[in-house]
Design a protein. Structure first.
Length: 358
């Protein structure tokens, strides 16, 4: 196949830009602002596509000479024809021409793939990031619809499923090699927190949780995942009254701060790491979070603050796990209780009443 050309890519970009300008000029008096915005966004995509083509045209096909030597010592000559592969970007799909070095019957080497860090599948890493963002919050079919609606891209549900499976595979390796921030930028307190979350299960997977039910038992539709969080934070002393105001009437608290020119006093977590698992045991998740805390403070010089809800089983596990630290203040998380308190207040005094707030 032919390599992408710089001049052709620039011409496509200029043509797309002119189409955008013409659209705005011809429709400014006819369209509402949101309609113009939608039309502009759609016409920005071809400009981005032309720019991506220009990027690859500038990089070239990855030619590094007449031959390369493979790691095992075999000399691989350059093929005469360029090998193409699809590159599916957020702006659209196109083909990238690459130089390949190989001999018949042997695996070849394509230098451009490593030079520009091409993904194994045709979908760009940036597009895969968008896929992951959508599918974390929405069903696969709905996520596929977002790509069609927003970007005019046809992304199959099966692709979203595969990307979802592959997304966490490098999770542990990533955190293992990620450098920690210098101590002077870290918070003074180490904080770990754990909470169980019920995860709705696909019908077939839910059936595997318990094959045989007893008399009167119902098939469980959820499985509990333990979520663990590790971070650092600076202490932010606040009065009980200020905390109560934030819980009961946050809008009034916000308005008061604005009137008095105060900044938000909420503590800001730094260097946050999260772990959630349906497969690992609660203790295994806790051990991962503990290992992250020890990586930050191997000498146990900082106080370790543990934030939990009222699940006594979690308190028991964490108490045993964190006994190496000399100072381990436990905090009972009131946020888990506030919803129940509001239910009681509303039932006794009516919705949003001053007596209920009091």
């Amino acid at each position: 196949m032919e390599a992408l050309e710089v001049e052709t890519s620039i011409a496509e970009g200029e043509q797309a830009l002119q189409a955008l300008i013409t659209f705005v000029r011809d429709n400014a008096g006819k369209l509402a602002a949101h309609e113009a915005e939608q039309g502009i966004f759609k016409r920005l995509l071809p400009i981005g596509l032309a720019a991506m083509k220009l990027y690859f045209a500038q990089r070239g096909p990855g030619d590094v000479g007449p031959a390369v030597t493979r790691a095992d010592g075999m000399l691989l000559p350059r093929e005469q024809k360029l090998r193409g592969r699809d590159y599916f970007s957020i702006f659209g799909k196109f083909k990238v021409a690459r130089t390949c070095y190989r001999v018949p019957g042997e695996p070849g080497i394509v230098p451009l793939d490593a030079q520009v860090n091409l993904p194994e599948r045709c979908y760009s890493y940036f597009l895969q990031e968008w896929m992951t963002l959508f599918e974390v919050e929405h069903p696969f079919k709905e996520s596929a619809g977002f790509f069609a609606q927003l970007f005019d891209l046809e992304v199959a549900e099966s692709v979203l499923m595969e990307v979802a499976k592959e997304a966490p595979q490098d999770y542990q390796d990533f955190y293992a090699q990620r450098p920690l921030s210098p101590e002077d930028t870290a918070g003074a307190l180490l904080v770990v927190s754990f909470d169980g979350k019920g995860v709705p299960m696909i019908k077939e997977d839910a059936a595997k949780l318990k094959a045989k039910l007893g008399t009167g038992e119902k098939r469980q539709k959820k499985k509990e995942a333990l979520v663990g969080v590790s971070d650092t934070v600076d202490p932010k002393p606040r009065s009980p009254e200020a905390l109560a105001e934030l819980l009961v009437d946050p809008e009034a608290a916000r308005a008061r701060r604005q009137r008095q020119g105060e900044q938000d006093e909420a503590p800001r977590a730094q260097q946050v790491r999260r772990v959630a698992s349906l497969v690992r045991t609660k203790q295994a998740v806790m051990e991962l979070i503990k290992a992250d805390a020890e990586r930050r403070d191997p000498q146990h010089r900082q106080p370790l603050v543990v934030l939990l809800d009222g699940a006594l089983g979690l308190w028991s596990l964490v108490t045993k796990l964190c006994k190496e630290w000399k100072r381990v203040p436990f905090v009972l998380d009131i946020m888990h209780v506030v919803g129940y308190l509001w239910s009681a207040a509303n039932a006794l005094f009516g919705e949003a009443s001053q007596a209920g707030k009091h």
